[in-house]
Design a protein around this ligand. Sequence first.
Ligand code: TXA
Ligand code: MG
Length: 321
Amino acid sequence: MKRGTDIEAAAAVLRAGGLVAFPTETVYGLGGDAASDAAVANIFAAKGRPRTHPLIVHLAPDAVLDDFAIDISPIARTLAAAAWPGPLTIILRRGPRVSLAATGGADTVGLRVPAHSVAQQLLRAFGGAIAAPSANRFGRVSPTTADHVAADLGDDVDYILDGGACVVGVESTIVDLSRDRPTLLRPGGMAREAIEAIVGPLAAADAAAPAAPGTLASHYAPRAELIAVDPADVPAAVAAARGIVAVLAPRSAFAAWPDLRAIARPLPDDLAGIARELYAALRDLDAAGVDVVIAALPPTVGLGEAVGDRLRRAAGPKGRT
Ligand code: TXA
Ligand code: MG
């Protein structure tokens, strides 16, 4: 595995069918040539992910949407124009230039134009679309630094393009626009409110929505046991916990708990800061050998919806796939 900041070297790896971990504004992606079945097969193998779980296809800002999707509704075009580049993935009907392997055999495709300048430079230098899931092993929290990628994937990635820490910190929001009603499949880095201001109310995923297997209950679980509670219930949760206990909460919240018998892991007080630091904090606590993490749930507004979603999933049943 090589690591560096050489865009041309990374693009050459992609052209040769290899795998490049690259930064986006949300999390690091594990990228391969979206048009190559062999490269896509390598992604699934490196990640240890079932081949039926579709990958997001990343496009450069000047890519032509109609090359990658068909039956694009006016509302999908409006949302793409308003939200891209940015932390939003739109599910559309798959166009012929997207490898069937990348979509896990589905007739829909998740498309996203990332806002990170390194991601955009890589897409331009490569000249094609890049299929990429988050660059973590299946079932671990997503990586937000090049060190996280190296720790998870090591030699299974040919080149790690280091672009520093991701500024959004949680994965993109996924909206399905392949059917009649705009549907929220995964809350993420673009707040629901901002999307609804453009497309109107988002429906909740139902049985007919395209399956987003990344929304499996335990998908984002750290190794420690995670308990997600309202801030008011943190002291009681600490009192009931056994072993080495840590509390993950906004810095200002700790003032209300002067006698807390737990390791304090303060996060920023604003929701964007919490999202940005969440995954690194969970990795730190795992590395510190903590047995139980008590996490304070943020309000369900703005990025709080995505943070709460990830905390609840991390608290979900173990037995990870
Ligand atoms: O921010 C992100 O979205 C990051 C960066 C690297 O772009 N990527 C990411 O990829 O989180 P991944 O593979 O870890 O999660 C993508 C989710 C999965 O739950 C997958 O099932 C869903 O998107 N997905 C992708 N294509 C889909 C499709 N055609 N239909 C339904 N769900 C899809
Ligand atoms: Mg992922």
